[in-house]
Design a protein around this ligand. Sequence first.
Ligand SMILES: Cc1ncc(COP(=O)(O)O)c(C=O)c1O
Length: 391
Amino acid sequence: MPKSNSFKAGRHFLQIPGPTNLPDRVLRAMDRAVIDHRGPEFAEISKGVLEKLKSVFKTSSPVIMYPGSGTGAWESAIVNTLNVGDKVLFFETGEFSIRWYDQAKQLKIDAEIVPGDWRHGIDPKVVAERLAADKDKKIKAVCVLHNETSTGIVNNIGEIRKAIDSVNHPALYMVDVISSLASIDYRHEEWKVDVTVGGSQKGLLLPPGLSFNAISHKALEASKKATMPKHYWDWHAMLENNKTGFYPYTPATTLIYGLDEALDMLMEEGLDNVFSRHARLAEATRLAVKAWGLEILCKNPAEYSNTLTTVLLPEGYDADNLRKTILDEYNMALGASFNKVKGKVFRIGHLGDLNEIMLMGVLSGVEMGLTKAKVPFKAGGIMAALQYLSK
Ligand SMILES: Cc1ncc(COP(=O)(O)O)c(C=O)c1O
């Protein structure tokens, strides 16, 4: 079996929870000469893409697109709407919620994070309690993740909205959809989210390199009074330029060609079908994990993620060693573990351009890897997934 620095037949399986497999149609769409980003042809493409993007966020308000990673779009949400010293509430659901909170602190926001155990999502009742206790309305924003990629936990964004409204709190509501966009149903406008933060490299079927802010009217009003220093992230320069299909600086032309194609593909499949495909593949994965006798990190089935499954290994077994075995032996990359669960879990990404047969390959690779790495498990996972998918 080839180990490294040598040809490996067949394709690499990229089953981390993003970046995801690139569809050939997107690759082909990007295989084009770069054109003048201040010329008429680019303006037409760009205006079309900015309009089509609204449908994946389910909004009629502007969506801004940065050449940048998701971390940048987090920063943009903060610096465009808040002031130094503002109180902002975060909720610990895993590594990425902590990173956003750390970023806010570095930006001199008075950030607080409500602790969590990494096995449960946010309880909307706690959100309501925390906001009800804020009699002077000092909290200026509530920042949460729709899908916590480090743990495979989905937060109920609609219910958290209701919790905020139930105590009539005026805080801005900011939601990270980096690992749920175009994979798990999300409704920026209906759930009255003020800033939605997205990225290109997961459900949106693109390489890394683009990130997004969907903006509500309330957020736009807040941005007019926000005094945090900003230049690259400034919404106003971007919105002004976007009116004519342009950008205040050089956009990622090639990625925008790809995005145009990816949005067409998502619309051809139909967003509801995209969501149900993800739900189906996720359920098959969970059935396999349970049949193997392994534990899913997320404890509450209502909070299971449809884009990834985080699997706990039995005490004393090293998840990083399992991932290494699977990469070396079967050429498949699975998601790493962080912080509180470092070495204890591995993550199976099942999002983006994926179908039943591809998923069965993924689960087979995991099962062969469990055997190779001598992790104790029960047979039957593959059959459980197969039976479910054949129904
Ligand atoms: C939920 C979530 N938020 C934020 C990020 C950070 O995004 P990026 O790595 O593109 O900066 C990630 C990255 O995987 C993520 O999964």
